[in-house]
Design a protein around this ligand. Structure first.
Ligand SMILES: NC(=O)c1ccc[n+]([C@@H]2O[C@H](COP(=O)([O-])OP(=O)(O)OC[C@H]3O[C@@H](n4cnc5c(N)ncnc54)[C@H](OP(=O)(O)O)[C@@H]3O)[C@@H](O)[C@H]2O)c1
Length: 283
C-alpha cells in the first residue's frame, strides 16, 4: 500500500488538535511547516516521531498522493497558496489540498494556487474544505466537510479527508459549499454560544450563594449530560413540556424565556453569524 505524506501548513491550535489525534501509521511521513520560531521550538521539544518540523517549504516535492492541510489564519491563505504554486510544475505534483480556513472558498484557493503560470491545471486541483470546531481539541468535535475530486477513484481522497477529521470527532459532508456557512454559524461558533450560557448559569449560581467550584461543577455536568441525552430525544420542545411540571421551577424559568423572546434572540444571533460567514466568503 502506498502511504501518503501529510503536510500541515501552519501549526496553530487547530493543526495541533488534528495532528495529535490522527493515525500516524497511515502516513509515510508528516511535515509541520511553521514560520513562528517560538512555536517551532515548542514542537521541537515534543520529539514527535515520523515528523519533520520545517520553517519553510524549501526542499519539499509534492506528488499526487500527498495531502496538504492549510491551517493558517484566513488572511494568510493567499501567501501559502503562492508558496504551493511554486512547488507545482506539472499535474503529477498536485497534492490533495484541505483548507480549514474559515470563509475562504475552494474557488478562491484554486485561483490563488493557479495564479500566473498554472491556469491549465485549474481542473486538476483536488480541494476540500473542513470547518472543525473547538471541541476537536478533546476529540469531541464536529467537522463540516465539502469538496469533491475528479480522481476520487484513484486517490480515494474523500475517505482520506473523512478519516483525518474523524480522528477529532464526528463529520458531516455538505453537498453545497454555501452550506459551510450554516455549519460555521451552528457548530463552528456554537461552542462560544454554549460557553456564554454556561457563564450566565455559573454567575447566577454564585449570586445565589454557591462557590465558584461547585457552581462550575453543577453547570458543566448539566451541559454534558443534557448534550448526551439530547442526541436521542426526537422532539426537544415536547421534552421541555414534559419536564416543566405545572407550577414548578422549570416552568417558571422557561415561561420567562418565552416572555422575553429568548428563542428569537438566539435565532437572530445564529442568522447574524450566518450572514457574517457569507460576507467573509465573498471578500
Ligand atoms: N480554532 C478554531 O476553533 C477553528 C475552528 C474552525 C476553523 N479554524 C481555522 O483554522 C485555521 C487555523 O486557526 P488557528 O487558531 O489554529 O490559527 P493559529 O493559531 O494562528 O495558527 C496558524 C499558525 O500558522 C503560522 N503561519 C502563518 N503563516 C505561515 C506560513 N506562511 N508558513 C508557515 N506557517 C505559517 C502562524 O504563525 P504566526 O502566528 O507567526 O502568523 C501560526 O503559528 C484558521 O484559518 C481558522 O479559521 C479554527
Amino acid at each position: 500500500m502506498i502511504k501518503n505524506k501529510l503536510y500541515f501548513f501552519g501549526y496553530g491550535n487547530m493543526a495541533e488538535a488534528i495532528y495529535l489525534r490522527i493515525d500516524k501509521s497511515s502516513y509515510e511521513n508528516i511535515f509541520l511547516i511553521e514560520k513562528d520560531n517560538d512555536r517551532r521550538a515548542y514542537i521541537d521539544k515534543k520529539k514527535y516521531s515520523k515528523t519533520q518540523i520545517l520553517k519553510n517549504i524549501n526542499n519539499i516535492k509534492f506528488n499526487n498522493s500527498d495531502i496538504v492541510i492549510l491551517s493558517v489564519k484566513p488572511k494568510q491563505i493567499k501567501l501559502i497558496c503562492k508558496e504551493i504554486n511554486s512547488l507545482i510544475l506539472e499535474k503529477r505534483d498536485i497534492p490533495i489540498i484541505i483548507s480549514i480556513a474559515a470563509g475562504i472558498t475552494t474557488s478562491t484557493i484554486k485561483n490563488h494556487i493557479t495564479q500566473n503560470n498554472l491556469s491549465n491545471l485549474q481542473n486538476h486541483l483536488n480541494i476540500y474544505r473542513a470547518m472543525p470546531n473547538l471541541c476537536a481539541i478533546n476529540g469531541d468535535g464536529i467537522t463540516g466537510l465539502y469538496g469533491k475530486s475528479k480522481d476520487e477513484k484513484k486517490l480515494n481522497s474523500s475517505s482520506i479527508v473523512s478519516k483525518i477529521f474523524n480522528s477529532v470527532g464526528e463529520i458531516l459532508w455538505v453537498k453545497k459549499e454555501s452550506d459551510l456557512n450554516i455549519v460555521t454559524a451552528i457548530s463552528g461558533s456554537g461552542p462560544a454560544y454554549i460557553f456564554y450560557i454556561m457563564d450566565v448559569m455559573i454567575n447566577s449560581a454564585k449570586e445565589l450563594g454557591l462557590n465558584e467550584g461547585d457552581a462550575k461543577k453543577l453547570v458543566t455536568k448539566t451541559v454534558v449530560g443534557s448534550g448526551k441525552m439530547g442526541e436521542s430525544i426526537q422532539n426537544l420542545a415536547e421534552q421541555i413540556s414534559k419536564v416543566s411540571s405545572k407550577g414548578g421551577t422549570t416552568e417558571a424559568a422557561i415561561s420567562l424565556f418565552n416572555k422575553k423572546n429568548l428563542n428569537l434572540i438566539l435565532n437572530q444571533a445564529i442568522k447574524v453569524a450566518h450572514s457574517k460567514s457569507e460576507e467573509i466568503s465573498q471578500d
